[in-house]
Design a protein. Structure first.
Length: 575
C-alpha cells in the first residue's frame, strides 16, 4: 500500500513544475504548439510512411515516463501561487503517516525480540558458561548481550540488561572475568553504540507532533491562499490575506431600476457602467480610464446599494470590503491585505471594487504617532500606491462610500485616484415617492400603491431610503400584530409615528396636573402655528401620549425650502 501511494504521488508532476515534464498535459500542449510553428506552410506530412512505425506511435501516445526538462522556454505556472489540490495533500499525509507508523512498529518489534535479564543472571547463566559472543553498550544506558550461534534462549539469541554507569559496568565486568580465570586477551569484546530506541522516539514524539501540526497548518493555509474559490484569510497564517468578498455577476441581482431617489447620482455613475461595457470607445478617443469615485452623503441614502447596482448593471464581478477590515492587531496586516485585495481585483478584471466606510482607513495623516495610527498610515500609503502608482491597473473601477468626507486624506481625493465625488443626498418628495413604490411592491394592501406612495412621501419629509424601508416594514409588523389580513393607512401612520417619535408608553401614567401641563404645551404649538403668518410648517398632529423620551409630541409637514427670511425664522422659533 505504501509503495502504491508513493508511486501515485511520483507519477504526477509537482505543482508549478509541469513545464519540466514533457509527458504532462502542459508539456504535450507546448510540444504540439512548437510542432505547429515549425511545420512549413503549404506542405503536409505523408500519412503513410516508414517514419510512422508501431513502436514510434506507441511512444508518442504518452506511455513514455515523465522526465525532467530543464529548458526554460516552457509556459509554466507564472502566477507564483500553486493551486490547492486536496488529493495530493491527502496522499502525502497518508504516505507520511504510514511511514511513521512503520518506523515505530519496527522499533517496537525489535525491542520485543529482546529478553530482559539481570546482572546476576548474565554472570551466572551466560558469562560463566562461556556462551557470550559480544556485548553492545547502547546509548550508555543498557547492554545488548549477543550469544554464540546455537545458544538461543526462548527463540532468540539477544538479551539485554540495564546499567547504572559505563565505568561501573566496565569495572564489574573485568573483575568477574578475572574471577572466572579468563585471560585479558580472551575477554568478551565490548562495543559502544548510539541507537534510537523506542523510549527515545516516545520522548520526542510530542515535539514531532507539534512540528507536524504546524507544518500541516502552514501548508493548508498556503493551499487555500492559492486557490481561487477557497475561503481566504483564514487562520493566523492567512492573516495577511484579504477578507474581501467576491460576488459573481449572476448573484448580484440589483439593477438601477431597484435604486430610486438618487437620479442625479445614477446619471453620474452611469459613465462607469458604459466604460466597463465599452472600454474601447473611450480608449480610441484618447480618454484616460477613470480610476473610481467616492460616494458621499448622509447615512441610509443608498450609497452601498448604488455601488452594487452599478456592478449589476455592468454585469461584472463585485468585490466588497469594509474599511475596518484592513486593520488588525498584527503589524503589516493592513498593507498586505490591500495588496492582496487589488491582486484579486486584477484577476477578476473587469470588475468593481467597493470599499465601504473608507474613512476607517483613509483618515488624514499626521498628528499623533502611536502604534495603531502608524499602522493606519501604512495601510493608507499602500492604498494610494495601488490606486495611482507604479502598480496601476486597467478595467478595475474603485468605488468607496463614506459619510465623513471631511476627515479623508487629500491625497486620496485628488484626481487620478478618486476622479469623482458623487454626493448622494436625502431624497426629495419625488424621490421618496419612487422609493416607496419600490418598498410597497411586496406588501399586501388593498390601497392603491401609486397614490399611497405619494401620500407617504408627503408625510415623511427628510426621510432617507433606509428610513422609508423601515416605515414599510414597521407597517407590516403592526398589521401582523393586530391580526389583520392586509395593511391599511392607519398602520402606515402608526409606523411613521413609531419611527419619528418612538413606541407608545402605555404604562407611563401621568398625574392630572402633568397631563394638563403637557396639553397646554402641545396646544401652544398648534395655536402658534395657526396664527403666525410666516409659519411655513403645517401642523399635522398633536398628541399628549408619551412616546420615547417625550411626554408628548407635535408632528409637522415642513415645506422643502432651503432659504428663509428673517420673519420666517422668527415665526419658526415661536412655534
Amino acid at each position: 500500500f505504501l509503495l502504491e501511494q508513493w508511486q501515485l504521488l511520483c507519477e504526477k508532476p509537482p505543482k508549478g513544475f509541469e513545464k519540466y515534464f514533457p509527458g504532462s498535459k502542459k508539456g504535450q500542449q507546448k510540444e504540439a504548439g512548437e510542432q505547429a510553428v515549425d511545420k512549413p506552410a503549404g506542405k503536409e506530412l505523408p500519412k503513410d510512411g516508414p517514419s510512422q512505425s508501431g513502436p514510434q506511435t506507441k511512444q508518442s501516445s504518452g506511455s513514455k515516463p515523465p522526465q525532467w526538462n530543464f529548458s526554460f522556454g516552457g509556459q509554466g505556472n507564472r502566477s507564483g501561487r500553486n493551486p490547492f489540490n486536496p488529493d495530493d495533500q491527502n496522499r502525502m499525509m497518508t504516505v507520511a503517516l504510514v511511514t511513521t507508523l512503520g518506523i515505530l512498529g519496527l522499533l517496537a518489534f525489535n525491542e520485543m525480540r529482546y529478553k530482559e535479564i539481570t546482572w546476576k543472571d548474565f554472570v551466572n547463566a551466560y558469562l560463566a558458561r562461556g556462551i557470550v559472543e559480544k556485548l553492545e553498550v547502547i546509548n550508555k544506558k543498557w547492554v545488548r548481550v549477543r550469544l554464540l550461534p546455537g545458544n538461543q534462549i526462548d527463540g532468540n539469541n539477544v538479551l539485554w540488561f540495564n546499567i547504572g554507569s559505563v565505568d561501573t559496568f566496565e569495572r564489574n565486568l573485568e573483575n568477574v572475568q578475572l574471577e572466572f580465570n579468563i585471560e585479558p586477551p580472551n575477554f568478551v569484546p565490548v562495543i559502544y553504540k548510539n541507537e534510537m530506541d523506542g523510549s527515545s522516539v516516545i520522548g520526542i514524539l510530542p515535539t514531532l507532533l507539534l512540528f507536524g501540526f504546524l507544518f500541516w497548518t502552514m501548508r493548508r493555509s498556503a493551499g487555500f491562499m492559492g486557490g481561487g474559490g477557497a475561503r481566504r484569510g483564514g487562520g493566523i497564517f492567512g492573516m495577511g490575506e484579504t477578507t474581501a468578498k467576491l460576488i459573481n455577476p449572476n448573484d448580484i441581482g440589483v439593477k438601477f431600476k431597484d435604486v430610486a431617489g438618487c437620479e442625479e447620482a445614477k446619471v453620474e455613475i452611469m459613465e462607469f457602467v458604459n466604460f466597463l461595457k465599452n472600454p474601447q470607445q473611450y480608449i480610441e478617443l484618447g480618454a484616460k480610464i477613470p480610476k473610481g469615485a467616492i460616494l458621499t452623503g448622509p447615512p441610509g441614502t443608498g450609497k452601498t446599494l448604488l455601488a452594487k447596482a452599478t456592478a449589476g448593471e455592468a454585469n461584472v464581478p463585485f468585490i466588497t470590503v469594509s474599511g475596518s477590515e484592513f486593520l488588525e492587531m498584527f503589524v503589516g496586516v493592513g498593507p498586505s491585505r490591500v495588496r492582496d485585495m487589488f491582486s484579486m481585483a486584477r484577476k477578476n478584471a473587469p470588475c468593481i471594487l467597493f470599499i465601504d466606510e473608507i474613512d476607517a482607513v483613509g483618515r488624514k495623516r499626521g498628528g499623533r504617532s502611536f502604534g495603531g495610527h502608524s499602522e493606519q498610515e501604512n495601510t493608507l500609503n499602500q492604498l494610494l500606491v495601488e490606486m495611482d502608482g507604479f502598480n496601476t491597473t486597467t478595467n478595475v473601477v474603485v468605488l468607496a462610500a463614506t459619510n465623513r468626507v471631511d476627515i479623508l486624506d487629500q491625497a486620496l481625493l485628488r484626481p487620478g485616484r478618486f476622479d469623482r465625488q458623487i454626493f448622494v443626498p436625502a431624497p426629495d418628495i419625488k424621490g421618496r415617492a419612487s422609493i416607496f413604490k419600490v418598498h410597497l411592491k411586496p406588501l399586501k394592501t388593498l390601497l392603491d400603491k401609486l397614490d399611497l406612495a405619494r401620500k407617504m412621501a408627503a408625510l415623511t419629509p427628510g426621510f432617507t431610503g433606509a428610513d422609508i424601508a423601515n416605515v414599510c416594514n414597521e407597517a407590516a409588523l403592526i398589521a401582523a400584530r393586530d391580526l389583520n389580513d392586509n395593511i391599511t393607512m392607519k398602520h402606515f401612520e402608526q409606523a411613521i409615528e413609531r419611527v419619528v417619535a418612538g413606541m407608545e408608553k402605555k404604562t407611563n401614567v401621568l398625574q392630572p396636573e402633568e397631563k394638563k401641563t403637557v396639553a397646554y404645551h402641545e396646544a401652544g404649538h398648534a395655536v402658534a402655528g395657526w396664527f403666525l403668518e410666516h409659519a411655513l410648517e403645517a401642523l399635522l398632529k398633536v398628541s399628549i401620549i408619551p412616546r420615547g423620551k417625550g411626554l408628548g409630541y407635535a408632528q409637522y409637514l415642513p415645506k422643502e425650502q432651503y432659504l428663509y427670511t428673517t420673519e420666517q425664522l422668527l415665526d419658526r422659533m415661536c412655534m
